[in-house]
Design a protein around this ligand. Structure first.
Ligand code: NAD
Ligand code: ZN
Length: 360
């Protein structure tokens, strides 16, 4: 499958399927010819995939050198950016060089940010290796790192020149990482595409078992939906906000649990809570709410807030988020499967009720 992200002269292709990585050299060379390539990867991905990819590309006559950093969100910081850029200088990277970002969302965000600022910007290719990175972070051009004060506070909008999404690499992905991606996939169906939602309902077993045709299709359809939203609204105006469905309450749950609840789990719970608010406000039919909850359950994601988290604390975290964003939280609610409405009119009571209703 090929998905084109249509952004005028910054448009690019996402190539999706099994075996994409084995043809990486051909794809890379067709865009850039023979230049100096720098593979940036976290330690896990380098060991699993990067080492072989580097050898393969060098064997095909491309010049590839690797820069490896420790895996994990802790690496998404400015010190890491400094280390990687200094290493690029040391290895002789110049304005013609190209960065290959091989890894999950952390690698894509850090390497993309580095590409956007190294010598005022050099091209980069995304090679996402987690489901989350394939369906979400590799599409849309947001790059960046965290500060001690908060996540993603420093960054750029910078588009890759090509995305290579090999679904075969997902075989080694731990279940909880897979779930992080699945939550975003459910989100795309819920906010944008009732047919895709129905596909997921029908194929939830195939999803969980990583059946190649099912996974290739969900990665493709997810990329198309995100690409479409991003192309209509590249720099986070109103439309792009719908991608935050489930995330307002989700982020608060994540933070409130001290990140023991993963992003995907928190977003799943957040989508159910937002669905319940939608229902309470008479926007969403009970039937559609049940479909949302059931799909989340069928895909092995949680739909209730663990009893160990306090609804009041979740509320405090939402208010904190609100302050950081200038006093307004725009809630994304559902009017049906595939249909959203954005409203500032969600009260603390609405939120409390939605999460209290779901504590188990
Ligand atoms: P990640 O990059 O940390 O990857 C998760 C773990 O899986 C890591 O330990 C990694 O080494 C390992 N891994 C990666 N590929 C593997 C594979 N094929 N097999 C086995 N293990 C593998 O995390 P993530 O969930 O991919 O991304 C999360 C990050 O993405 C967050 O920092 C988030 O802020 C960011 N993000 C960015 C955007 C965006 O638009 N730029 C969107 C969503 C999320
Ligand atoms: Zn998310």
């Amino acid at each position: 499958h090929t998905v084109n992200v249509d952004l005028g002269d910054r448009s690019y292709d996402i190539l999706i399927g099994p075996g994409v990585l084995s043809e990486a050299g051909k794809h890379i060379e067709s865009i850039f010819g023979k230049r100096d390539f720098f593979l940036i990867s976290d330690s896990n991905c380098y060991d699993l995939l990067g080492h072989d990819l580097e050898a393969m590309l060098n064997g095909e006559g491309l010049s590839v050198k690797s820069i490896v950093f420790p895996a994990g969100e802790q690496s998404k910081n400015l010190k890491q950016v400094e280390d990687i850029t200094r290493r690029l200088v040391e290895l002789g990277a110049d304005r013609q060089s190209v960065i290959l970002a091989l890894g999950g969302g952390v690698t894509g965000d850090v390497a993309g940010f580095v590409a956007s600022i190294y010598m005022r910007g050099i091209p980069f290719i995304q090679i996402p290796t987690t489901l989350l990175a394939q369906v979400d972070s590799s599409v849309g051009g947001k790059t960046g790192v965290d500060l001690p004060e908060g996540k993603n506070l420093v960054g750029t909008f910078y588009q890759p020149r090509l995305v290579l999404s090999d679904i075969g690499v997902l075989a080694t992905l731990p279940q909880k990482e897979l779930n992080n991606g699945l939550a975003e996939v459910i989100k795309y169906g819920a906010i944008w595409d009732a047919d895709f939602f129905a596909f997921l309902e029908k194929n939830h077993e195939g999803c969980k078992n990583l059946e190649p045709e099912v996974i290739a299709y969900i990665v493709k359809r997810s990329c198309e939906i995100k690409a479409q939203v991003v192309a209509l609204d590249e720099k986070e105006g109103d439309l792009r906000r719908i991608l935050n469905f489930g995330h307002t309450i989700g982020h608060a749950i994540e933070a409130s649990s001290n990140f023991s609840i993963t992003h995907g789990e928190a977003v799943a719970i957040g989508m159910v809570a937002a669905g319940r608010i939608s229902m309470e406000k008479g926007l969403l039919a009970q039937d559609d709410f049940n479909r949302l909850t059931n799909l989340i359950k069928d895909l092995g994601l949680p739909h209730t807030v663990p009893a160990s988290t306090s609804p009041e604390d979740i509320l405090v975290k939402i208010r904190h988020d609100k302050k950081a964003k200038g006093g307004r939280v725009h809630f994304v609610l559902l009017e049906g499967i595939g249909k959203t409405v954005i409203t500032p009119e969600v009260t603390d009571e609405d939120v409390l009720k939605s999460i209290s209703g779901s504590i188990h």
